[in-house]
Design a protein around this ligand. Structure first.
Ligand SMILES: [Mn+2]
Length: 470
C-alpha cells in the first residue's frame, strides 16, 4: 500500500493543512455524513430487484455526500448484509465509494455484527476495500478486553482513530463487540480519559466516536445492549457518538445519534418512516452560527434526512370472529380497495406484506394463500406481495360442565360435542354440524386403526359430496 491512505488520514483529504492557512487558525468548520446498516447485498424475499434497492439507497447517500461537499463520511457498521458477499455486491459497494475516493473525501468505517470478520477468515471484504483505499477501517488493538488508543495505520489496518480536517477532528471507531460490549466501553472511556491531555496538546477540537451498538430498550426485541447509563462515561470525551446496529432511528441529548437502516431490512422497519442518515455541520469557532439554541449539541448541527427507498406497505388484517374464508377474502379486498390507490403514482412499485392476525374461527389451513396474494397483486401491482398467516387457533373451552372429563365412559360423548363445536365455527360446516362431527369421529377411528390412507381420503370425499354437494 502506498502513502496515499496515510496522507489522507493525516490531512483529511482535500483539506489544506492548517499551517498553510494561518488566518483560519481558530476556526474549525467541517461537515460529514453518518450512515449505518446499509446491508448491501441483501436479496430480500429472493427478489433480485431488492438487491439493487439496497445499493441504490447507498449510492444516493454517497451522491448527497458529493453534492454537499462534506469533509468525510462515517459508516457505523453493517455496510454489508453478510461477511461472505458476492462479486456483484462488492462492485456495488465500490460504485458508491469511488465517487468519494475520486474526490479524496475520506470514508471511515467499522465492522458491524453482519459484516464482521472472523480471525480464521483471513482478509474480510471490508479489509479489501480498506486495502484498495476506498475506506479506512478502524479496529483498535485490544488489551484485557479494553481498546488501546493508537493512531490507525494503513499497513496494518489497525488502530483506534484517524485525525481529519487539518488534524483538528479525531474519529474513533470501535467495531461490534458482541457480549464484550460493556467491558469494551468501560475500557474505551478510561483510555479516552487518559488520552485527553494528549489530544488537547495535539490540537484536537472535536471528537467523534463510531460504535456498532445501541441502547437497551429502543427496540424491545433486540436485547443484551448497554443501558443508557453505560454510555455516560464516554460523554465528556465524545462530541458526537455515531451509532449503528438498531434499525430504528433515535438520538439523545445532542450527542448520541443513530440514523436507522437506509433500506427496509424487515417488514417491522416500515413503521420507522424517518430512517435514513445524518448530515452534520460542525463549527467550533462560532457554534451559534449553526446550533439550535433549544438543543444541547455543543458544536454541531445534525440534520436527519430520510433515505430514498422503495415504498413498503405493511398491514395487519384482523380476522377475529370471521367464520369462513370468503369473509376473510372480502375483508382483504376491502383493504386493498382502500389503500392501493395511494400507491398508484409511486415511482417505484411498492412491497406489500399483509399479516393476518387474531383468532380464526375456522382452520387456517383452508385459506388459499395464492388467491390472497393474487388479489393483493391485482390492486397494488407491487414488486412483491406476501400474505403471512400469524393467526392463533381458538382455545377450546367446552360450554357447560355437565360432562365430567375425568369419567372415561363419557369421553366418546365429550369428543363428539367438541367436534360439533369446532365444525360449527366454520359457516361452511354449520348446516350439517352433527353429521360432520360424526365424520370426524369416523376419520379418527380409521386413522387409529391404520386404514389405507387412500380409503380414508375416499371416505372424506364421499362424505363431502354427500353433505356439501361438492
Ligand atoms: Mn444492521
Amino acid at each position: 500500500m502506498d502513502d496515499r491512505a496515510a496522507a489522507m488520514a493525516v490531512t483529511g483529504g482535500t483539506e489544506t493543512p492548517a499551517s498553510d492557512t494561518p488566518h483560519l487558525e481558530n476556526i474549525m468548520r467541517a461537515s460529514f455524513i453518518h450512515i449505518a446498516d446499509t446491508h448491501l447485498g441483501y436479496e430480500q424475499y429472493g427478489v433480485r430487484e431488492r438487491f439493487n434497492d439496497f445499493s441504490r439507497a447507498f449510492w444516493d447517500i454517497m451522491e448527497v455526500a458529493v453534492q454537499r461537499q462534506v469533509d468525510f463520511v462515517v459508516i457505523a457498521g453493517d455496510l454489508f448484509n453478510k461477511r461472505a458477499i458476492d462479486a456483484q455486491t462488492l462492485l456495488h459497494a465500490i460504485e458508491g465509494l469511488k465517487k468519494l475516493k475520486e474526490r479524496h473525501v475520506p470514508v471511515i468505517a467499522i465492522e458491524g455484527n453482519h459484516d464482521r470478520s472472523y480471525y480464521r477468515d483471513g482478509t474480510s471484504w471490508l479489509q479489501f476495500l480498506c486495502h484498495q483505499e476506498y475506506l479506512m477501517l478502524l479496529a483498535p488493538y485490544m488489551r484485557d478486553g479494553a481498546p488501546q488508543i493508537s493512531r490507525w495505520q494503513s499497513d496494518t489496518m489497525r488502530g483506534s482513530h484517524v485525525d481529519l480536517v487539518g488534524g483538528r477532528l479525531r474519529v474513533y471507531g470501535l467495531p461490534w463487540q458482541g457480549a464484550a460490549t460493556n467491558r469494551s466501553m468501560e475500557g474505551l472511556a478510561e483510555a479516552m480519559a487518559a488520552a485527553c491531555a494528549g489530544e488537547e496538546a495535539a490540537g484536537i477540537e472535536y471528537r467523534l466516536l463510531m460504535m456498532h451498538t445501541g441502547v437497551e430498550g429502543i427496540v424491545p426485541r433486540v436485547q443484551g445492549l448497554p443501558a443508557m447509563a453505560q454510555f455516560q462515561p464516554l460523554r465528556s470525551h465524545v462530541d458526537y457518538l455515531a451509532l449503528g446496529h438498531i434499525h430504528k432511528p433515535y438520538e439523545f441529548e445532542g450527542w448520541m445519534y443513530n440514523p436507522g437502516s437506509t433500506e427496509t431490512c424487515g417488514a417491522e422497519e416500515s413503521a420507522w418512516e424517518d430512517r435514513g442518515y445524518y448530515f452534520v455541520e460542525i463549527d467550533t469557532d462560532e457554534p451559534e452560527r449553526i446550533i439550535d439554541l433549544n438543543k444541547t449539541a455543543r458544536y454541531h448541527r445534525a440534520t436527519h434526512l430520510v433515505s430514498k427507498r422503495r415504498p413498503f406497505v405493511r398491514h395487519e388484517l384482523r380476522v377475529d370472529g370471521l367464520t369462513e374464508p370468503e369473509t376473510l377474502y372480502a375483508r382483504l379486498e376491502d383493504y386493498c380497495k382502500r389503500e392501493s390507490y395511494k400507491h398508484e403514482h409511486d415511482s417505484l412499485r411498492p412491497l406489500v406484506q399483509i399479516q393476518l392476525i387474531g383468532i380464526l374461527n375456522f382452520d387456517a389451513g383452508s385459506l388459499d394463500r395464492v388467491r390472497m396474494e393474487e388479489m393483493v397483486n391485482s390492486y397494488f401491482r407491487p414488486l412483491y406481495a406476501r400474505v403471512d398467516n400469524n393467526t392463533n387457533d381458538q382455545d377450546y373451552i367446552p360450554e357447560g360442565d355437565d360432562i365430567d372429563g375425568r369419567d372415561r365412559s363419557a369421553w366418546h360423548e365429550l369428543e363428539r360435542r367438541i367436534f360439533e363445536d369446532l365444525v360449527s365455527r366454520d359457516n361452511r360446516y354449520l348446516p350439517a354440524k352433527e353429521q360432520w362431527s360424526m365424520v370426524l369421529s369416523d376419520l379418527k377411528k380409521m386413522a387409529l386403526e391404520r386404514d389405507n390412507p387412500a380409503a380414508i381420503a375416499q371416505f372424506l370425499r364421499d362424505k363431502r359430496s354427500e353433505l356439501m354437494g361438492m
